[in-house]
Design a binder for this molecule. Structure first.
Ligand SMILES: [Zn+2]
Ligand SMILES: [Zn+2]
Length: 446
């Protein structure tokens, strides 16, 4: 497999003398399997030069597969400028995370509407097919693609590409659910179960291309922006047994020397790990050949199809476990609509019983409950013998900001996320919808 970086910058293109070595174009990576299958990861501004190169090399008429991680601007802004889309013989399949109201075709239509761009999506001359995705797997040419959601402020997928006995994982943009353990050794397992799941997704990869926009020191001022500190990414890669780690999605405020410094820091941290890990900062124009004497075993058990069908989804169920009747009424009024059914319980014991019998898509759980408190319920759900119960995402509601110790305890108990009261209705709705999109009825659990 051959990999080439066409854009490595995050958030916004940054041209100029300060970004000459690592490049100023936003996310775009070209992957070619040995049999010629072509995959393009993201359509940031870097895709413009890739398109021109394909046309120059007489590849305008070929078939290609564009895999978009999410539809933030820096990952799609190059799409209208990708020359092969204007070649009548070209055939492009465009994949992106789907779900309620998140269709890729709709997003690109908006991007190319007449207020924003002179050429409409309908005017592309190549044959372009759009496919919305959920978690699962699908095949493009010789490449097996496995998808998994990433923690980011919009619906985002990571892509695991398995071909020719090699594994490449493309995981940008991602923010750790929890930075803990803060004082662990390099390669320590994260405490949050969703971060642990992320580590499994990277498992045994020959190359991981991962968001590493900040350092741990810079992170507190940027928490919630959806990106990773490089040191924690090294921990994930070590913990997952990865061979090479490309730090990616460089901050637009970081000049080449700053990116150098982050790469050095990350490599020093990696050197303290128990197994070898090569770490480098991805640079625009860089090409990598993935080949090894000991190919990975890539024949793990099959997963569900990641291709989202058009059939409508049944309404999702949210189980609300809250003892205060006023709060319960308020939350119910905020959440309930045609697509969402809210069930409620006034104490933990009843809530646990309903989780086991009704299999909700999400639990919203108050921390302070009469009888068994929220964390006890959380632990009981995570220890359940039924996987559909064990994997229910749990959003914790708390009356006060959690101190470090309680936070670690909550995530260790299996909490997925938490919100501090008083809760803004818009924030509650967006968090609940975000988790429901990631755990839709019928979507693979675990
Ligand atoms: Zn981005
Ligand atoms: Zn983003």
């Amino acid at each position: 497999m051959r990999v080439r970086f066409w854009g490595t910058r995050g958030s916004i293109p940054k041209a100029g003398p300060s970004t000459l070595r690592y490049g100023g174009n936003t996310s775009c990576v070209e992957v070619r399997a040995d049999d010629g299958t072509l995959v393009v990861l993201d359509a940031g501004s870097g895709i413009h030069e890739l398109g021109l190169t394909l046309m120059r090399n007489g590849e305008g008429a070929r078939r290609g597969h564009l895999l978009i991680g999410h539809t933030h601007w820096d990952h799609i802004q190059g799409f209208p400028f990708f020359a092969p889309l204007f070649s009548p013989e070209g055939q492009w399949d465009v994949f992106a995370p789907g779900g309620r109201g998140h269709q890729i075709e709709k997003s690109l239509h908006a991007l190319m509407s007449y207020e924003h761009h002179p050429i409409a999506l309908d005017s592309l001359e190549a044959q372009v097919c759009f496919q919305d995705l959920v978690e699962g797997e699908f095949q493009v040419g010789s490449i097996r693609v496995i998808t998994q959601y990433l923690h980011h402020p919009t619906l985002t997928l990571g892509y695991r590409l398995e071909v020719d006995g090699q594994v490449l994982v493309y995981a940008t943009d991602y923010e750790p659910h929890s930075l803990h353990p803060m004082r662990g050794r390099p390669g320590a397992q994260p405490i949050h179960r969703e971060d642990q799941r992320h580590v499994r997704f990277l498992g045994d990869a020959d190359l991981v291309i991962h968001d590493a926009q900040y350092t741990l020191d810079q992170f507190p001022a940027r928490e919630g922006w959806g990106h990773s500190p490089a040191e924690r990414v090294v921990d994930y890669a070590l913990s997952a047994g990865v061979r090479r780690l490309a730090l990616f999605h460089h901050d637009p405020e970081h000049d080449d020397d700053t990116v150098d410094a982050i790469a050095v820091r990350a490599a020093e941290w990696a050197a303290k790990g128990v197994q070898p890990l090569e770490v480098f900062a991805a640079a625009e124009g860089q090409t990598l050949e993935l080949r090894s004497d000991a190919p990975r075993d890539t024949t793990a058990e099959p997963r569900r199809s990641a291709l989202l069908s058009d059939e409508s989804h049944p309404p999702a169920t949210v189980l609300l476990v809250e003892d205060d009747p006023d709060m319960q009424a308020l939350l119910r009024a905020t959440l309930e609509d045609g697509q969402l059914r809210v069930r409620s319980a006034a104490d933990g014991e009843v809530g646990l019983r309903m989780a086991r019998t009704e299999h909700p898509n999400l639990m919203v759980l108050d921390l302070n409950l009469p009888g068994r408190d929220g964390l006890e319920i959380c632990r009981a759900v995570r220890a359940d013998s039924d996987a559909t119960v064990r994997d229910i995402p749990i959003l914790i509601l708390t009356g006060k900001r959690l101190d470090e110790e309680t936070l670690v305890e909550a995530f260790s108990a299996g909490a997925t996320d938490f919100l501090v009261k008083p809760i803004k209705p818009t924030l509650l709705r967006s968090r609940v919808r975000g988790w429901l999109l990631r755990h839709q009825p019928g979507s693979p659990a675990g």
